[in-house]
Design a protein around this ligand. Structure first.
Ligand code: GAR
Length: 207
């Protein structure tokens, strides 16, 4: 059984997609053991509780120093003894300690085709604003392993999504979620649960 901790910050639609695919058996041999939010008001915590999964908050506001927050976050993850940590709209930069503790065992979903529109400052709606401002015709989503830098780890899955002329950032965000994110993130977990993913340097191989 693959034990999974999911980290969230907001609405939690990606978390919901994962919970639904575990519940309907599409993701096999996997248990979501804990959901951690940095934001006490995140609706994602409600989604966790509705699915019978423990949802807890580790907020930076409760710690005077960033380091203490990072330690508490790592402790909350480690306590759940996960095999895999999934960042599903988690808008906190992952501390190096966490990457060291879980090498090639943290994955993240990003709402663009990496290496476009990623890195510091590119999160949530900002990613889609930047894609529209640049006038790209195609965008998409990426699931990648997390390393020491932002959005730079080995890419596991990507899916392209067409941009349309009248798109607003909100409309594009929704299309990228519906057509790419909610499909890719559950599939990534499924592939890892089935032992089908190998990471070598900056590349991944799926068997
Ligand atoms: C998703 O679009 C996710 O790709 C993005 O935040 C949104 C969270 O939505 N993540 C990032 O931008 C990470 N850099 P959700 O809470 O409804 O899943």
């Amino acid at each position: 059984m693959l034990r999974v901790v999911v980290c969230v910050s907001g609405g939690g639609t990606n978390l919901q997609a994962i919970l639904d695919r575990v519940a309907d058996g599409t993701i096999k041999n996997t248990q979501i053991v804990r959901v951690i939010s940095n934001n006490p008001k995140a609706y994602a915590l409600e989604r966790a509780r509705s699915a019978g999964v423990e949802g807890i908050c580790v907020s930076p506001k409760d710690y005077a120093e960033r380091e203490a927050f990072h330690d508490a976050l790592l402790a909350a993850v480690q306590e759940a003894e996960p095999d895999l940590v999934v960042l599903a709209g988690f808008l906190v930069a992952i501390p190096p300690k966490m990457v060291e503790a879980f090498p090639s065992r943290i994955i993240n979903i990003h709402p663009s085709l990496i290496p476009s529109f990623c890195g510091v400052g590119y999160y949530g709606l900002h990613v889609h604003e930047a894609a529209l401002a640049r006038g790209v015709k195609v965008t998409g989503a990426t699931v990648h392993f997390v390393d020491e830098d932002m959005d730079s780890g080995p890419i596991l899955l990507q899916k392209a999504v067409a941009v349309q002329e009248n798109d607003t950032p909100e409309i594009l965000q929704r299309r990228v979620m519906e057509e790419a994110e909610w499909e890719l993130l559950p599939r990534a977990i499924s592939l890892i649960a089935e032992g089908r993913v190998r990471v070598e340097g900056r590349k991944t191989f799926i068997k």
